[in-house]
Structure formats: structure tokens, C-alpha cells
Ligand binder design. Sequence first.
Ligand code: 13P
Length: 245
Amino acid sequence: MPQLIAGNWKMHCLAAEAVALAQGIAAGAQGIAAELLVCPTALHLAAVAEALHGSSVAVGGQNCHQAPQGAHTGDIAAPMLRDLGATWVILGHSERRLNHGETDELVREKTVAAVEAGLTPIVCVGETTDQRAGGAETEAVGWQLAGSLPKPFTGVLAYEPVWAIGTGKTATEEDVAIMHGFIREELVRQFGDLGQAIRILYGGSVKPANAGSLLAVANVGGALVGGSSLDPREFLAIARAAQAG
Ligand code: 13P
């Protein structure tokens, strides 16, 4: 399976900037063996999906509600994302877990809702600075894996250590090898043979300069990219460093 290189645009770009970014990425996507995905704010999904039409770049949301519809002011349902052209959705990102109090149980419910709507979920896990400082990083990720994934799980995992997000600090290849190996074991324990095939992305200050070495680590199935996904040249350089599978 090819590696997946996903851009999480977070709360960046006005509409015209988002369209220009999508066009820049689509223009350089030919010949790249990795699977490519961009996740703009939901407000720009339709415009970005249109800009990417006919290209090999998919579009996804950054979050969804756990209900398919209803009285939930300000929220966005998974079928609405699908309706605008999204085929993926990021769920349980640490910024949502920390800033919006999302629990493992809620992330699991959202994951079920996403799959029911025809979206492929990217479920994020990762330890905080304090958890790593206390030597509790695998325990923390283990709890998140146990609580956030429905059975069966048809999607992708993303390991994003909170201390590496937007900080320029990247986990070492050894950190990544250990954690991705642990996640693989947990996925196989939870899902049997199916757990072998689930892609596990690494996220946290992935840049063109470190992408090649991070993407070559065992059990790394791709990258979830924040800051560097906002520049087409950087995002495409990361994508070119990916493995065809
Ligand atoms: P950065 O690449 O900016 O560290 O962000 C990572 C991330 O949170 C992607 O979801």
C-alpha cells in the first residue's frame, strides 16, 4: 500500500488562498507515488474539492459531529463533509482533545459516524510533554487506542506527539520506531490480522528535511503534516520522499 501524505491546514487560509494552495499541490502531484490528501477548514471544502477535481489529490475534513444531523448549533455532520466532496476526516486531533475536551469515547463515536457517512477516518493519538517526561508515553497512547477505536476499525491511525506539533521538535527515528511498533502490536491485539494492514501516520514538525528518514522507519505508513502543508513546494517535497509501498 502506498504511504499517505496528508496536509492538515488547520485554521489557516482565506478562501482564495485555499484554492491557490490546492491548485499548487494538484499541479505538482503527477508522478508522485504516495496517496495525497489535503484537509482545509470545512468552509472551504467545496471550493478546494472543485480545485482538485480531476487530480490525484483527495480532500478531507478536520473534524465532524458524532450525530448525522440534529440540533447542534455550529457543528458539522459527517454526511455534510461527504456531500461537499470530502472522502476523509481527521478525528481526535490533540488540538481538539485539548482545546475542546474531546474524550476517547467521543472520538470513537465520531469515528463510527464518519465511516457510516462513507468517510475514511484518520484517528489521532499522542502523548503530552508531561506524559513523556514521566515515562508514560506508551501507556497514554495505549489508553487512547483502547478507547478511541470502534470495532471493526476501517481507517488510518496518526501518531502525533503533542510536544512535536508546531514546535519544530521532531520525534527521533528511534522514538518513532518504538511508538509505531507499539501501536502496531496494539492494533493487532485489538483487530487481529486486520491490524497489520492499518496505516500508521507520523505527525509533528514533518518537513522536507526530515521526511525521508521518518518515512523510512518501520511501521510508518505516511505523514500528517501541519505547517509544511501550507506551502505547495514543501508539501510536494515531503510527498516525493514517501515510499510507493
Ligand atoms: P506541524 O507539522 O505544524 O507540527 O503539525 C502537525 C499536526 O498537528 C498535523 O495534524
